[in-house]
Every structure is written in structure tokens, then in C-alpha cells.
Write a protein that binds this ligand. Structure first.
Ligand SMILES: Nc1ncnc2c1ncn2[C@@H]1O[C@H](COP(=O)(O)OP(=O)(O)O)[C@@H](O)[C@H]1O
Ligand SMILES: [Mg+2]
Length: 261
């Protein structure tokens, strides 16, 4: 399998706080990969770095083997002429909208839906890079078929939806741009176990039937490891374990620290 996302020895800081320390990992094309870790481990920071929302202090991030963020301007990336410089360390990276244009969609932590907009308007926001109106209409119908609850509520204000329904809508919004890589930041956060199971089922179907590569970040280690093929464990900004998800589910240290056993 070829690597779709490659994280190569990245460091990210918030002032004096070193949030990510020498993080390396990858996501193969077509795979579902999860990253588990406690609150504050650095999971969201990694996703923000991938979509260009946090500058790197060191390291490289590549998509399909092409650098999209780096601190070393070697001149090897196809995207280099598009890079903007940011951060004290002089990171060069694509802008968030350019990364979205390469097929990367993030469902942020806490969903970040537009509560006063209707379901349909939220989905329209997800298609901001799509110019073809017919394609937008077709994608919306696909989303209403895939998430029937959204179809029956399309004109309703998003704030009237339950937490689980809002999470479904946030995922549908991300899918409106037909991404190759879907990044999910704690899709199960604050939701009842049955709803979480439902959401993870949908994620598996999106991966298998729509051929979308998935990188999933979760505190809910059991659900994330069951849903994924490969897993990484993050502690205090470092990757401390990486293995097939089924191996991690059976690992004694993982069971004690993350599965409450
Ligand atoms: N905007 C920020 N400013 C300062 N510190 C931050 C900011 N965002 C996150 N942090 C800190 O960085 C560390 C990693 O946070 P985060 O990536 O949100 O972890 P996780 O998503 O695993 O809970 C934590 O110590 C957190 O307090
Ligand atoms: Mg987080």
C-alpha cells in the first residue's frame, strides 16, 4: 500500500509548551488508522498541523509523497511555489484551504457546526470549494440517503438536532468536498455508546464503499481500535506505541492504561 499521509519527525509548540515532540507516523491509502491518547496528549494539535492550522517547529508533513508543510525548504515539493511562511521557526506550508483542495477534510473536535444554520446550509458550507452546482446538489442527496435523519431535517436549524445527529452532520459536511483523506477529531466525544457505535459503523462504510482513507483520533480507545486497522498511542506529545489495532487491543499496557482493564 502507498502512503497517503506521512508525518516525519514533527515538533509543534504553543509558546513554551511543547505539544508534539518528534512525532512520526503514516496513513496508507485506503486504510483506517487511529490515534488514541488521553486528554491533552496532543491529538488535536497533530490534526491541526496536518491541515495547516498550527505551524511546525521542525519536521515535514507530506500528502501522496509531496510535502505540504516543512521547516526545511529543500525545493523538492510540487507545492513549493504555493507555500506561505508562518511561525517563529519559519515554517513553510500550504494554507488550510489549499490543503482542503488537495482532498483533506477535517471534522473538528466538538463538531463546530453552524447552529443557527439549517442542515442544508451547513452542507453547503462543506462544499465551499466545489464550483459545480449540480455536483453540490448530487452530493447533498447522497448525504441525505446515507444519513436519513439529515434528509428528514434538512430545513431545520442545526441546534435542534441531538449531539449524535450533529456529529453525523459534521461528517456529512466534511464529505461534501469528496475528500480522499478524512480526519476525525473525537467523533464519539460526549455521545452515548450506542450512538458512538452507529457513527463508527458509518465511518467504516465511508471507508469501504466510498474509498475514503480515514485518520481517526479518539479518547475512546476501545471503539477506535475496533474500527481501525492500525493504531498509534500518544502520550505527552510523543508516539509511544504503534501496531495493528487488534494487537493493541490485546496489549496488556494498552488494556491497563486505555481500556480500563
Ligand atoms: N491554543 C493553545 N495554546 C496553548 N496550549 C495549547 C493550545 N492548544 C493545546 N494546548 C496544549 O497542548 C497540549 C496538547 O493539546 P491537544 O492537542 O488539544 O491535546 P488532545 O487533543 O490530545 O487533548 C495540551 O497540553 C494543551 O493544554
Ligand atoms: Mg483534542
Amino acid at each position: 500500500m502507498s502512503e497517503l499521509l506521512t508525518i516525519d519527525s514533527i515538533h509543534v509548540s504553543y509558546g513554551n509548551i511543547k505539544a508534539l515532540k518528534d512525532v512520526s507516523m503514516h496513513v496508507d491509502q485506503g486504510d483506517i488508522v487511529c490515534l488514541i491518547g488521553a486528554n491533552g496528549a496532543g491529538k488535536s494539535t497533530l490534526l491541526k498541523a496536518i491541515v495547516g492550522l498550527e505551524p511546525l517547529v521542525e519536521g515535514n508533513i507530506s500528502l501522496d509523497g509531496e510535502v505540504i508543510a516543512t521547516t526545511q525548504m529543500s525545493g523538492s515539493s510540487r507545492h513549493i511555489k504555493l507555500f506561505r511562511r508562518s511561525g517563529a521557526a519559519g515554517t513553510s506550508s500550504l494554507r488550510t484551504d489549499q490543503i482542503a483542495g488537495l482532498g483533506v477534510a477535517l471534522v473538528p473536535e466538538g463538531r463546530r457546526v453552524f447552529a443557527d444554520m439549517s442542515v442544508e446550509e451547513n452542507l453547503d458550507m462543506g462544499a465551499f470549494l466545489v464550483r459545480d452546482e449540480q455536483l453540490i446538489a448530487k452530493k447533498k442527496e447522497e448525504m441525505y440517503d446515507f444519513f436519513p435523519i439529515l434528509g428528514s431535517r434538512r430545513k431545520q436549524k442545526t441546534r435542534s438536532l441531538s449531539g449524535g445527529e450533529q456529529q453525523m452532520m459534521a461528517i456529512a459536511r466534511a464529505l461534501m468536498s469528496s475528500p480522499r483523506l478524512l480526519l476525525l477529531d473525537e467523533p464519539g466525544l460526549g455521545l452515548a455508546p450506542l450512538i458512538v457505535a452507529d457513527i463508527f459503523d458509518k465511518i467504516r462504510i465511508i471507508n469501504q464503499e466510498e474509498n475514503v482513507t480515514v485518520f481517526l483520533v479518539e479518547q475512546n480507545a476501545r471503539m477506535a481500535l475496533k474500527a481501525s486497522n492500525h493504531g498509534y498511542v500518544m502520550e505527552n506529545g510523543r508516539i509511544v506505541l504503534s501496531d495493528k489495532s487488534e494487537k493493541l487491543l490485546a496489549d496488556e499496557k494498552v488494556r491497563a492504561a486505555y481500556l480500563g482493564e
